[in-house]
Design a protein around this ligand. Structure first.
Ligand SMILES: [Zn+2]
Length: 663
């Protein structure tokens, strides 16, 4: 009996930690403490199999694979939503709702992002997860109970002392971008085919007959709708959404409630702008009439409810024709095939070029001049070809192959075995020279205002500049004599060059365009080496010993800075007036990789001084406590942060101990 009680205690505790982790994203114990609880439960159940319950967290993965899925009939149909393709259709929806409800009053709606995953239904009986299914055709779905159980964010037991005897919850199963990339990387490492996109991967994972495979996939769920429920009644949909996390279901954190159609349109625009910053795919928003009484009054059409609608985002795809394909040469010599398109409007932007990436991509998609293709433009990414519509291909098209010689300088083009791109091998190829200079003057690098791509092209074509040091030799008359350059703009450019001479080492390093070395790495190098002379003298080991710099980058850094030719160019620039601002130097590295949080009022140090001490010694100060915090330093009247730190088990030290520690 003691063991039975302990097992139940463990289940409850694990359940609570699951909710903290998956619903609130706020774990209060470490992973290893969690594992300890789970292992204790596994041991008890192993020695006493009669104590195993259906809702035990040990029962998430089934032991035997299924031979096929059974079907399950939904007790209430899972209808699809009608679409509003533009703002007018959202206005019409709101008007229609008011008309049917016979009211002049503004209607309250809940607005939710529409996740691009797989809709499922979870059925609980007396608080215990009983079965779950796919949406299927809306009336009958597939029984994927065992697979759903393996998703840790789905509660096996409701966190409710008096659960409804029957409860049906609907939600979307999906995969985060970050998890998806990790998964694909491990697929590649295992020599397996990567998944096409998060949605396909989520769908495929849910339809595995062996739930052990599903359990290895990073599936998540967001819940958003109610099927059948006994006893309890909700007055508003938003009340139901508030109840979900209390039961233990994750809910999307962008859901808002508001009044009238203007609010709906604002919400849609806001979420559409956020779209590319989210870590999951969405394809629109959903508006629901908030009052349940109103929902019932509005009822359903044959296929969709009258009280809800999906607001579609602007299309990101369009169909057009490839008029031509031409190779373009970048600053590293990479030869990229670019498709010249019959101009097409995608989401309000006229698109006339699309990247074809490389020869492999062209071969894989079999892209040819004259083909009708689907083009996609998403966020700031260069438009690309999704697929060729083969049915529309003309008979006389030919396969496209990149030329063997550089289209800019006629030099040989080679493709290293371990790379996907071919490169022009001529360092003095005009396209490469121009590319390097455009990179050098760009905003994240030397940030020379007004020094645009056209000017670079003109100056290189006129033989006025060849490498970055030449920029600092330019005179007013050099620029003034170029076509379409007046005295005023020439003066401005000369002034910008003067201003840009006062720079910092990281901008300059970034501007050099060393292979594999970006903005972040450049900052690291500035911190570690402090001066250009130190970089000249650095050995391969000095680079590779820096955390975050791998051997490929170290190799190209060593090659670049040890080259006499490159050293000469850099020294020339310094003679021409380039100056690097000194950065704060570290007084020690004793706090390297340590994160500090301060709370309460300190009596001996000012907050800003305390922060300085941490940073001078290589540490970091953040404002809130998380599992990543190493030390909490508390002063008088320390409050919630102190409590939280104690809970998570972070080292807590007093101000005077901190001062001792930093000496
Ligand atoms: Zn070339």
């Amino acid at each position: 009996m003691v063991l039975k009680k302990r097992a139940q205690e463990l289940r409850n505790e694990i359940n609570i930690h699951n909710i903290q982790y998956y619903v609130h994203d706020n774990p209060i114990i470490s992973d290893s403490e969690y594992d300890q609880l789970l292992n204790e439960l596994i041991q008890i159940e192993k020695n006493n199999p009669e104590l195993i319950t259906l809702d035990s967290p040990t029962q998430r993965v089934g032991s035997t694979p299924l031979s096929e899925f059974n079907t399950i009939e939904h007790s209430l149909p899972m209808l699809s939503l009608a679409n509003a393709m533009n703002d007018d259709e959202i206005f019409d929806f709101d008007k229609q709702v008011k008309k049917i409800l016979n009211t002049e009053n503004e209607i309250e709606y809940t607005c939710e992002p529409k996740l691009d995953g797989l809709a499922v239904e979870l059925v609980y009986e007396n608080g215990i997860f009983n079965h779950g299914s796919t949406r299927g055709n809306g009336y009958i779905g597939e029984d994927i109970t065992q697979n759903l159980k393996s998703i840790k964010s789905i509660p096996l037991k409701l966190n409710d002392e008096n659960p409804p005897s029957k409860l049906e919850i609907r939600g979307e199963v999906f995969i985060n971008h970050k998890d998806f990339e990790k998964l694909n990387q491990s697929q590649l490492n295992l020599g397996k085919q990567p998944f096409a996109n998060p949605r396909n991967c989520a769908a495929g994972s849910l339809r595995q007959l062996d739930s052990k495979i599903t359990a290895q996939r990073p599936l998540k769920i967001n819940c958003y709708a109610l099927g059948l429920i006994s006893q309890t009644q909700f007055e508003r949909h938003s009340d139901f959404l508030k109840q979900l996390p209390k039961w233990g279901f994750p809910v999307n954190n962008l859901i808002k409630t508001g009044i009238n159609s203007e609010f709906l349109i604002q919400y849609k625009n806001k979420i559409e702008n956020l779209r590319d910053d989210l870590d999951y795919d969405i394809d629109g928003v959903v508006f629901k009439v908030n009052s349940i009484i109103h929902q019932n009054k509005l009822g359903n059409r044959s296929k969709n409810p009258r009280w809800a609608i999906a607001g579609k985002f602007k299309s990101r795809q369009a169909t057009t024709i490839i008029n031509n394909i031409f190779p373009s040469v970048g600053r590293t010599g990479a030869v990229t095939p670019v498709a010249k398109l019959k101009p097409v409007n995608i989401g309000g932007v006229l698109v006339s070029n699309a990247t074809l990436h490389n020869q492999d991509e062209i071969d894989k998609k079999d892209i040819r001049i004259g083909d009708t293709v689907i083009i996609q433009r998403a966020g700031d990414v260069i438009p690309e070809v999704v697929k060729v519509i083969l049915e529309k291909r003309n008979k006389d098209t030919k396969k496209y192959n990149l030329p063997n010689s550089c289209p800019e300088c006629n030099s040989i083009v080679l493709k290293p075995d371990d790379e996907a791109v071919s490169r022009c091998q001529n360092f003095y190829c005009p396209a490469q020279i121009k590319g390097r200079l455009k990179h050098f003057v760009a905003k994240p690098c030397m940030n020379i205002d007004g020094f645009g791509k056209k000017l670079v092209n003109q100056l290189v074509d006129e033989n006025l500049i060849q490498d970055f040091s030449d920029i600092f030799k330019l005179k007013l008359e050099d620029i003034q004599k170029l076509e379409r350059q007046g005295k005023k703009s020439a003066l401005n450019i000369i002034r910008s060059i003067q201003l840009a001479k006062n720079t910092n080492l990281s901008r300059f390093i970034h501007g050099l365009g060393i292979r594999n070395v970006g903005e972040h790495a450049s900052k690291l190098l500035e911190e570690k080496f402090q001066s250009i002379d130190n970089l000249f003298q650095a050995q391969y080991n000095d680079f590779v010993n820096i955390h975050e710099i791998g051997d490929v980058m170290a190799e190209s850094l060593f090659k670049y800075f040890s080259s006499k030719e490159n050293q000469t160019l850099i020294k020339k620039s310094i003679l021409l007036g380039i100056k690097f601002k000194q950065i704060k130097s570290l007084s020690s590295e004793k706090f390297t990789n340590l994160t500090f949080v301060f709370t309460g009022s300190l009596s001996r140090l000012k907050r800003s001084d305390a922060k300085n001490i941490v940073e001078k010694n290589g540490g970091k100060v953040t404002s809130s406590i998380s599992k990543k915090t190493d030390f909490l330093i508390f002063g008088e009247k320390a409050g919630s942060k102190l409590k939280k730190a104690k809970k998570i088990g972070i080292s807590i030290i007093s101000e005077s101990d901190f001062i001792k520690m930093s000496k």
